[in-house]
Design a binder for this molecule. Structure first.
Ligand code: ADP
Length: 218
């Protein structure tokens, strides 16, 4: 059976989640208290419903606890976001993801039963900053304070070299997990694989080691 999602709040973030989940073929109920917003999504998602998520009876009527995953994408109205999350938790929703506006909001959400807390603006800001500082960094995913997965563009210095020539694992302690070349992606690059200028290397490792690799070799 298809997974069933409910998205509460159809601003830019919630709206984009709804569109992508629908594109991926998921069943999506889109909820907002603004009829105009709901109207915008009625042809995109499985059901689009006008409801105030801080109204417990309304949430019960929607059968919210039967959804596999509920995403709370209420932006500025932190009070509504907190109250909604609390009620979803009390109603026994299995998986609740909530967008946090700031660190205080996150702390409260953790305490009241959010299973996953996301900071889309903060995260995208970090990724863009890495790209601005180094044009070789295409994308950046923080795994912890120390470790990341980074997409790097191969430069002239390593053009035509194999992974053995570069001896990256021993010299830098990082791993090249995959190499993207145009439309193709090689997810288990072999030691004899030659790298070309412009290839995209997907690298995992400690930030300082990735940084060293980037400065010396790209
Ligand atoms: P973003 O920054 O992602 O664009 P917004 O704050 O602009 O977020 O959008 C949040 C959406 O959540 C708005 O469409 C708003 O109508 C909706 N919303 C806010 N509070 C509630 C609520 N209590 N019940 C249902 N929808 C809500």
């Amino acid at each position: 059976m298809k997974k069933q999602f409910a998205v509460i709040g159809l601003g830019r973030f919630g709206g984009s989640i709804c569109k992508e989940l629908s594109r991926l073929g998921m069943e999506v109920m889109a909820i907002d208290h603004s009829p105009e917003k709901v109207d915008e999504f009625k042809d995109i998602v499985t059901h689009a419903v006008v409801a105030n998520s801080t109204d417990e009876a309304a949430l019960k009527n929607l059968g919210i606890r039967n959804f596999d995953h509920v995403i709370v994408a209420i932006g500025d109205d932190i009070q509504s976001s907190i109250l909604t999350t609390l009620m979803l938790h009390e109603l026994g929703v299995k998986h609740i993801t909530v967008k946090a506006q700031n660190d205080y909001h996150e702390k409260v959400l953790e305490k009241i039963g959010a299973h996953e807390i996301v900071h889309p603006e903060r995260d995208i800001g970090i990724r863009i900053a890495h790209h601005i500082v180094s044009k070789n960094v295409l994308d950046y995913l923080e795994l912890s304070d120390e470790y990341s997965i980074v997409e790097l563009i191969a430069g002239e210095k390593i053009h035509g070299k194999t992974l053995i020539d570069l001896d990256i694992r021993a010299k830098y302690g990082i791993n090249i997990m995959a190499i993207k070349r145009k439309e193709e992606i090689n997810v288990s690059p072999q030691a004899y694989e030659k790298i070309c200028r412009g290839d995209i290397l997907i690298v995992i490792g400690a930030d300082r080691d990735i940084d060293r690799f980037e400065k010396q070799l790209l």
